[in-house]
Design a protein around this ligand. Structure first.
Ligand code: 5GP
Ligand code: ZN
Length: 149
């Protein structure tokens, strides 16, 4: 990890640089993973890019390429590779901003086993049926903007 990619005061940068201890799992050139210190359930872990940035849009693509392969391997390692809709499951969660429940301002992906209705991630999901004309207008606007990003 080059100097530009780290932030001296960041707790996850310190973990990546081994300045403070962690229960490390997989490390690649661009990614570091370790057990969460305040797990919502056994096996709750974090996968972080070795690049300091607070939110997902701050991270260069090169530092994101290993995130899902590493997360997938860890899900298998935790025995969560159940090929059925029933049985143990898992959530992959990545929060951006205080209002979205982010506490550590270095991008991180939670891998959270979901083995019962109490432990692991609880989700609020205020879904409501959309009007097709509203979806169509939003779609048109976003497609127009896509080329600018
Ligand atoms: P957030 O709410 O920002 O998405 O999640 C931050 C996560 O980082 C929390 O689940 C919290 O337990 C974890 N965490 C915070 N500080 C440390 C630490 O020093 N070591 C480890 N292993 N996890 C941490
Ligand atoms: Zn950092």
């Amino acid at each position: 990890m080059n100097q530009m990619a780290t932030e001296a005061s960041c707790i996850f940068c310190k973990i990546i640089k081994n300045e403070i201890p962690s229960f490390k799992l997989i490390e690649t050139e661009t990614v570091y993973s370790f057990l969460d210190i305040q797990p919502t359930t056994t096996g709750h872990l974090l996968v972080v890019p070795k690049y300091h940035g607070a939110k997902l849009h701050n991270i260069p693509d090169a530092y994101l390429k290993d995130i899902l392969p590493v997360t997938k391997k860890l899900a298998r390692t935790l025995g969560l590779d159940v090929d059925s809709p029933q049985g143990d499951g898992y959530n992959v969660l990545q929060n951006n901003g205080r209002i979205a429940h982010q506490e550590v301002d270095h991008v991180h992906f939670h891998l959270i086993p979901k083995c019962d209705s109490v432990t692991g991630l609880g989700v609020g999901w205020p879904a409501k049926q959309a009007e097709m004309k509203d979806l169509a207008a939003l779609h048109e606007e976003l497609v127009r903007k896509l080329d600018d990003k």
